[in-house]
Design a protein around this ligand. Sequence first.
Ligand SMILES: NC(=O)c1ccc[n+]([C@@H]2O[C@H](COP(=O)([O-])OP(=O)(O)OC[C@H]3O[C@@H](n4cnc5c(N)ncnc54)[C@H](OP(=O)(O)O)[C@@H]3O)[C@@H](O)[C@H]2O)c1
Length: 254
Amino acid sequence: MSNEFVNKKACVTGASRGIGAATAVALARSGVQQVVIHYHSHRKGAEQTLAAVREAGADGVLVCADLTTSCGIHCLIQELDKNCQGLDILINNAGALIQRAPLLDYPEELFDRVMTLNAKSVWFLTKAVVPHMLRNSGGVIVNVTSIAARTGGSIGAVVYAAAKAAVSAMTKGMARELAPKGIRVNAISPGTVDNHFHEAFSNRKMLDSVVAATPAGRLGTDEDMADAIIFLCSQASRYIHGQTIELNGGFYMV
Ligand SMILES: NC(=O)c1ccc[n+]([C@@H]2O[C@H](COP(=O)([O-])OP(=O)(O)OC[C@H]3O[C@@H](n4cnc5c(N)ncnc54)[C@H](OP(=O)(O)O)[C@@H]3O)[C@@H](O)[C@H]2O)c1
């Protein structure tokens, strides 16, 4: 890749581990000058991401916020207003299932937290960041949705799937509204990535059954996801707007 990312500034939400951490480091390796590293509970992981970002030659800043609440979203927006002058790239990656629960046992409070973290935060963080990008004459936004948006989600993950489907729809609407202003919006849709997400919410049997049904013969890695995000941030994807790239080893072909 050329040096197109030199002097660029990026923000990655949920960069304390997994896809977000790999993306923050990949951006730094690609030449981005500064990375805003958002995290919630895993401070140590965020510090490790920051160390790797610095090792790759970029600078970074850590920002903590719980995105399951409106209050947490506003906290992060305030921090971004301080740290996002000149922001060029936003990766809306933070997300989680939070808890598996079937319809008949699904508490209203869990519905609100899942929707706020996975969908509402994407909308309002983008709303907060776009004015900074406009002052900068453009930018790139990559959202992280999920295969669940297409399948309706695995057992007990229906509201999470609905939140991710909202992100896929927002990706198109944002792209349509922001393309004329010089901001490109796209998304990646991971299948099953072998990381902390599934340590928390799946078991080995579930993962083995996915591998067996995957033409590529393996689960995804954080780096598989980060590489596609870098592509969507790069000039190589300059004519791609409002698309969601499915990254699942062929498990689900659209
Ligand atoms: N792994 C998969 O198979 C898979 C599949 C489809 C889509 N995805 C999506 O990919 C994205 C990244 O997930 P991942 O696979 O990298 O999982 P992960 O390793 O569990 O990382 C999730 C990230 O989101 C952050 N996060 C979680 N709860 C949060 C909260 N309440 N407030 C703010 N941030 C929070 C975490 O921060 P802390 O750790 O600091 O709390 C962490 O940095 C998510 O949007 C996820 O839904 C993942």
